[in-house]
Design a protein around this ligand. Sequence first.
Ligand code: ATP
Length: 354
Amino acid sequence: MGTVTAQGLSKSFGKVQALDGVTLDVPDGAFFVVLGPSGAGKTTTLRAIAGLTKLDAGSVHLDGRDATGDAPADRDLAMVFQNYALYPRHTAYENIASPLRARGRPASEIAAAVDRISGLLHIERLLQRRPAQLSGGEMQRVALARALVRSPRAFLMDEPLTNLDLKLRVEMRTELTRIHRSLGATFVYVTNDQVEALSMADQIAVLKAGRVQQVGTPAEVYERPANQWVAGFVGSPPISLLACRAEGDRLIGAAGWSLPRPGWTTAEDGRPLLLGLRSEDLSVEQRGDAALPGELYGLEPLGDRTVVDVRVGTDLLKVKARPTISGTPGERLLVTVDLDRAHLFDASTGQSLS
Ligand code: ATP
């Protein structure tokens, strides 16, 4: 078993309220990602679960048992940090074996465990080398193997891929998902990288300023963001948000545009709204009934696609287009909108009305 439940975690450091009633329910075997910008309280949450931070309020239950007062060593959790140094004089094998040796496990069990985790991380051929004989990426794998060689109740991971270059980070995302599946262990994984969260998580908790904004699967968080802030934080390029209001069967933009009012919205007439449009739900290449007039502001070629920046009044829309699209700044364009996939938010509270 490896369920982790945090209930109403609160913690202040002087005047800074790092956590303000954080509640998380991590099921056994989940790959649970805590996602948020710098300073959101992610590390503090992890440290509170590990027992490394004394809480002002709240409780931590592990496998259903109240562990709030337990010492870190009694929680049977493994912390994996961004920076994890290897012992320079020891071989990779000895480094990976060290947590089990420290616990006095028998040699045969250690050999089997190192064997298994090395296989999962594809580092069998590196086991007799010392850290100085390994590349940065290989060292990271060995360090990860050392962290994962134990079988604790759950692994708590604090941005473990941050120090890798982009290519390796992308590779390690796939590896970590695979390893998670093979180990069947509970991962609580902290990151500020929404792509990491979307690509690896079973469930994401989005944290901002010490408060949980939304908990859901990657698809739920992306497709049905609970509020304007989550919509803006998750997704790349960021969602475009346009000020508007409902008037009868139309949505009227502050910039003067008008679109058919989506059937699904419950907003009453006149209420200030924000219309959220993702780049893949907009097109300058196809024609449809719902369209916004604008002008070309710029092109961002990204290899497999180009993001077209279109100005609609004072708003800037990010529109996904084919990679070979061309155009001249200032040129007039019509942006076709897939209103079934659009989002509406209350402009004053930011809450979703979709
Ligand atoms: P990052 O992604 O930058 O690591 P984070 O989401 O992990 O950020 P935390 O490290 O949990 O954020 O910090 C949350 C808030 O609490 C921040 O404002 C931080 O400055 C503050 N904080 C954290 N630890 C301490 C401490 N020991 N003393 C004072 N303030 C702290």
